[in-house]
Ligand binder design. Structure first.
Ligand code: SAM
Length: 244
């Protein structure tokens, strides 16, 4: 954390390519961590659960192996993987988010939490079968470094599955973005957490970073083969499946 200028309104948009904004992003998540799950459930009407199920299905039997929950936050993906994955590594650079999620993971789950930056993961090369990243990579300054790191830590044949709010392209997705993402989300998120500026930032970050096709090119540049990418329903979020 440690930034004197860490107010959410000071956080530059994700495409600004400013590696220095990471402490402000981390500070913002520290502030919303205690109420993150509540606001998530309310704002998505619980639909994020269905999106997560689709993401795990796309991992296939890799979900039974060693799996990385990248930008894990309060670890909803780790919870969904519990009882199935051989080992789970939940990586996030915000300890408060990881702490807020720890009690949700069933006791005895082979889980390792790692507080680290996605751009420099303290994980071995070729050590994981799958990686799943929910609504996180768009917050990473230099997201291409996070993608390259995911490629490095996956075993050949391993899959990276990303669910995120990409910059919308289709007419329907743009309409949903303008109404839901830009109006409902900052308002409801702000009311539930008291952090209006944080939710304004999160909403702005969706339009400010890559569209899905651009993100797929980022994956290809890192060495991945794109298995598929598509909008989810409702078309506010999309999924990208990339294989090493
Ligand atoms: C919107 S939350 C998503 C959390 C969770 N994956 C989910 O599906 O609900 C984004 C998370 O990304 C994390 N994050 C952002 N930038 C990061 C970075 N550079 N390295 C690691 N984690 C990062 C934040 O701390 C936050 O917990």
């Amino acid at each position: 954390m440690g930034s004197t200028d860490a107010s959410p309104s000071a956080v530059a948009p994700p495409t600004a390519g400013d590696p220095g904004r990471a402490p402000a992003v981390e500070a913002m998540f520290t502030r919303i961590a205690p109420r993150y799950d509540l606001s998530n459930r309310v704002m998505s009407f619980g639909i994020d659960r269905a999106w997560r199920r689709i993401a795990l299905r796309e991992l296939g039997d890799r979900a039974d192996g060693d799996v990385l929950d990248l930008c894990a936050g309060t670890m909803d993906f780790s919870v969904a993987l519990a009882g199935r994955a051989k080992t789970i590594v939940a990586l996030d650079f915000c300890q408060a988010m990881l702490d807020a999620g720890t009690s949700k993971v069933p006791a005895g789950t082979p889980l390792r939490t790692v507080c680290a930056d996605a751009r420099a993961m303290p994980l071995d090369d070729n050590s994981l079968d799958g990686a799943v990243a929910g609504f996180g990579i768009r917050n990473v300054p230099e997201p291409e470094r996070a993608v390259a790191e995911a490629y490095r830590v996956l075993r050949p044949g391993g899959r990276l599955v990303v669910v995120d709010f990409f910059r919308p392209r289709s007419l329907l997705a743009r309409a949903m973005d303008l109404s839901y993402n830009r109006v409902v989300l900052p308002l409801v998120g702000g009311l539930l957490t008291g952090e209006f500026s944080a939710y304004r930032y999160l909403a702005a970050s969706m339009g400010a970073w890559s569209d899905r096709e651009g993100f797929e090119r980022m994956c290809t540049a890192a060495g991945f083969r794109i298995v598929r990418g598509r909008e989810l329903f409702p078309p506010v979020a999309s999924i990208v499946i990339a294989e090493k």
